[in-house]
Design a protein around this ligand. Structure first.
Ligand SMILES: NC(=O)CC[C@H](N)C(=O)O
Length: 302
């Protein structure tokens, strides 16, 4: 595995500088784009990593996975009345489908869907962002994880688009709490900072039938775990989900902080990080690294 990661690192290094760091969140615009790391965690919890794999970065939309798991734990099947499980084929922050489909977002990984899921967690947790932080600390065996206040404040200041989605859903009776309260929790979750090593550990349950070795905890039942992996495979990469399935063939989730997690069911969880993004908002080098990884060893689930 070490040799494999090293040869991917050598292949990707010359591409550093391609893509563009997310600048619609001002606090993320200053991140150094010349960073690249990979961590792979096997189902016994052993980690192999290379490059900037211990550098904490903004997990952004990868938080939607943990957010969803917390909601599934509290609501079970009933949550699917309020959010769908179809790919959207549209950008993560698109509003257009939401009105056509009467305020029921297509899936929990587009922003509208994650906001409904955050609304559910807002109704169940006294302090949802603390519940979330405790959860990722347990799953990654790292007590030092924090949320970056500058990033969440910056996102709250420029919240208009996410607020518009939430209000539209409120108009359709699919939003229970105050919009600004839910946005605070949602942005605080997106602003959590974790490294590739932390995220490979924290998402390892997805590769291990819902069981987290680190936390020594059954996080999801095996059948719920299969459902989450199916959603990741169909919707985790937004409007690049199809070509990611085609090129990489693994359930995956990206964030505009430049991280991507991917799951090799029954074997490994992977996290790659490189902050410069392609045009759909996924890490340019992250997708390239996972494509190369999957090409070299046939990890595709298809
Ligand atoms: N794709 C992402 O990572 C987007 C998350 C970001 N916090 C937003 O709401 O716009």
């Amino acid at each position: 595995m070490e040799m494999l990661l090293k040869s991917i690192f050598d292949e990707i290094k010359p591409m550093l500088g391609q893509g563009k760091v997310a600048d619609y969140i001002p606090a993320l615009a200053t991140v150094n784009p010349y960073q690249f790391g990979i961590a792979v965690c096997d189902i016994h919890g052993n980690i192999t990593h290379i490059g900037d794999a211990n550098v904490p970065f903004s997990i952004q939309s990868i938080s939607k996975v943990f957010n969803l798991v917390l909601a599934i734990n509290h609501y079970g099947e009933s949550m699917w009345d309020r959010v769908g499980c179809e790919p959207s084929g549209l950008p993560f922050n698109s509003l257009v489908q939401l009105e056509y489909e009467q305020g029921i977002p297509r899936n929990p990984f587009i922003n509208a869907g994650a906001l409904v899921v955050s609304d559910m967690n807002e109704s169940r947790f006294a302090s949802p962002h603390i519940g979330m932080r405790d959860f990722v600390k347990r799953l990654s065996c790292n007590d030092e994880i924090i949320a970056n206040r500058d990033v969440s404040d910056s996102e709250f200041e420029f919240r208009a688009r996410n607020a518009a989605m939430a209000y539209l859903m409120k108009a359709y009776n699919n939003f229970e709490n105050e919009v600004d309260d839910v946005l605070h929790s949602y942005f605080s979750n997106c602003a959590i900072e974790m490294s590739c090593v932390d995220l490979a550990r924290a998402t390892n349950f997805l590769a291990n039938r819902g069981y987290s070795v680190c936390a020594n905890e059954q996080v999801l039942t095996p059948s719920q775990n299969r459902q989450v992996n199916a959603l990741l495979a169909t919707s985790g990469m937004y409007d690049e989900a199809g070509s990611f399935a085609f090129k990489v063939g693994l359930p995956g989730k990206s964030g505009v902080g430049g991280g991507i997690i991917a799951v090799v069911p029954g074997r490994f969880s992977i996290c790659v990080f490189s902050p410069a993004l392609n045009t759909v908002g996924n890490s340019q080098l992250g997708v390239a690294a996972l494509t190369s990884l999957s090409k070299r060893i046939s990890w595709s689930v298809y």
